[in-house]
Design a protein around this ligand. Sequence first.
Ligand SMILES: Cc1ncc(COP(=O)(O)O)c(C=O)c1O
Length: 405
Amino acid sequence: MITEAPALNELNPNVAAMQPSATLAMAARAKALIRAGRDVISLSAGETDFDTPAPVVDAAIQALHEGFTHYTANAGIPQLREAIANKLRNENGLEVQAEDVLACNGAKQAVAQTVLALCRPGDEVLFPAPYWVSYPEQARLAGATPIAVETTAEADYKMTPAQLEAAITPKTRLLIFNSPSNPTGAVYTPDEIEALAEVLRRHEHVFVLSDEIYEYVLFDAEHTTIGSLSGMGERTVTVNGFSKGYAMTGWRIGYMAGPRWIVDAAAKIQSQFTSAPCSITQRAALVAVQMDKAPIDAMAVAFRERRNYMMERLRKLPGVLCPKPEGAFYLFPDVSAYYGQTSPDGTRIKGSEDLSFYLLEQHGVALVPGKAFGSDAGVRVSYASSLDDLAKAADRIEAGLAALV
Ligand SMILES: Cc1ncc(COP(=O)(O)O)c(C=O)c1O
């Protein structure tokens, strides 16, 4: 079997330039160790440990029994697009109709299609770092240049209006904005988002992709949809989905909504790549988007308790700087004080990859190196695990860091 291209330039150069997903790679390594019988606690996953709410599961079963198992319209079933448009109007203040909504195979596909539809070779795509791993790679696939705007733990990993202003050039095509954020959990306040919008209003050539996938995993904060602010609707695509808020990662359903010419272009890409999302999943999503939010809120309450526990444990570790995230299910402590130190077996910890690898191999706890998110100073700690597992994992991180000299 031929396993490698004869030379890298045999591939589409845009594909050759892409990196595989580092978060999935770390989760796979942890799973391999567990399969080999090692005691590993994985805090590397990007998904909740809760079950999909029962009414959603029931809707899928009913769809199956009714034989709703065929292709649907490419953009999704009309009832789902209508229900999503309602949600976006009522909860997010977006002026959208069903025709402005495209149901996709996950928010990831919605992000990819927005980037592919809008970005041309040579365009620049901005996003704050630490960033979700797919943003730069999807920009590269479009032939565009990813530009990360560095943020720090001291600034709660938030990009300031001045930083945004300084990063915009005549080539800037798209700002990808993600609040609550993966990997930092940072949530911008309504005032902070308005201040960023104020900068964007001065640069009419810049479009916005607002990735709001963690909208419902929110603690003591308010969610603001940048596309609802004055003058922003015409150039903002809002992406959201069911994976995180409804514990539906495996169902593969997300959506995008925004200016119809962009949504139509994304629908064209979807029609040639994947067609519509799974028919059964769409029926389940239709129930999810209309259901009572109590089970969703209960998950956020549990995450808040876990955030508090894990954050306190990490903040007690010498040299670790851990901002308080107000959403998602990640902490992103700055652990760079440990770089340059040496493990008991003589390995020098040069950065987040060495540290994560050391903690996994020597102490049985899997985190994701910050380098994968464009910020080597930190590591991503997912707290979508039971409090028992979090306690054990915190003990292991503590012992691992204490053993470094
Ligand atoms: C910031 C962000 N956007 C989008 C996605 C994709 O979600 P989906 O499962 O809907 O494709 C993820 C999943 O990890 C994410 O963290």
